[in-house]
Design a protein around this ligand. Structure first.
Ligand code: FPP
Length: 249
């Protein structure tokens, strides 16, 4: 184990510290199926999903991952039964309220991305409070995508850029990939190196469409509530066996 490796809490010795992803994104799928398999209501699956997310955030921090982004609620999720939508949004608000002190103590910087103005006002206030209270934290950067859609994110970036061109502040030739990325919700956060999706589905589901241009995908059959440290370790072992070429030979 290298000197730096011993500083990280229990990073498995066979993981190469120099080849860890800087940024991991997760599609937390399978809460409902997990609950069904146990004969429990879906909402219990979401409760367990929150515990899984908290544990994953801690594990990423312990192992030196700099950023974690979680897909909590997509623009398509409004199509679920209204009781489940209400339950999820209330759950986010309650968890944020309960966990804020802990996040401050643990030096987590939390931010939310998505169309936040369409969320209930009380949730918006809780989000604002959490983002402001952790804005100067230097530890892991934790992004929660809520009412997020990748296409919508790209369209709002186009609109913002178009307005700058229209006003004469920007020339069309000045639109570069970097400038475009600066107009996305995720401006300032590096692109994910690894996207983990649980419960077997092999698609992006409108998540981080621009940012995942060269990110590695890892899909596991494990349902989200069962995704633990060992599951993350397996994803990282798999990731470290990949050869990332970014379009080169
Ligand atoms: C997908 O499982 C899960 C969700 C739509 C919700 C995920 C949210 C959390 C785990 C809570 C996050 C909490 C905070 C505070 C950010 P599913 O319902 O689609 O499961 P299924 O595919 O088996 O039906």
């Amino acid at each position: 184990m290298t000197g730096k490796q011993t500083l990280l809490q229990n990073l498995p010795a066979d993981l190469d510290i120099k080849r860890l992803p800087r940024h991991i994104a997760v599609i937390m799928d399978g809460n409902g199926r997990w609950a069904k398999r146990q004969g429990l209501p879906r909402i219990i699956g979401h409760h367990r999903g929150v515990d899984t997310l908290k544990n994953l955030l801690r594990c990423c921090r312990d192992w030196g991952i700099q950023a974690l982004t979680a897909y909590a609620f997509s623009t398509e999720n409004w199509g679920r039964p209204s009781e489940e939508v209400d339950f999820l949004l209330t759950l986010f608000e309650r968890v944020l309220h309960q966990e804020l002190q802990e996040m401050i103590l643990e030096n987590v910087r939390i931010q939310f991305v998505g169309n936040l103005l369409a969320l209930p006002r009380s949730l918006q206030s809780e989000i604002q409070r959490a983002m402001e209270a952790t804005a100067l934290n230097q530890g892991i950067r934790f992004t929660v995508a809520t009412n997020y859609g990748g296409r919508q994110e790209i369209i709002q970036a186009c609109q913002a850029i178009a307005r700058e061109v229209q006003s004469g502040r920007l020339q069309p030739e000045e639109i570069t990939e970097a400038l475009f990325a600066d107009h996305l919700y995720t401006a300032g956060v590096c692109d994910p190196d690894l996207l983990i999706r649980t419960s077997g589905e092999m698609r992006l589901s409108n998540f981080l469409l621009w940012q995942m241009a060269y990110g590695e995908l890892y899909v596991t059959e494990t349902l989200w509530p069962d995704f633990d440290r060992q599951s993350l370790y397996q994803a990282l072992v798999d990731y470290q066996h990949r050869e990332r070429r970014f379009g080169r030979v």
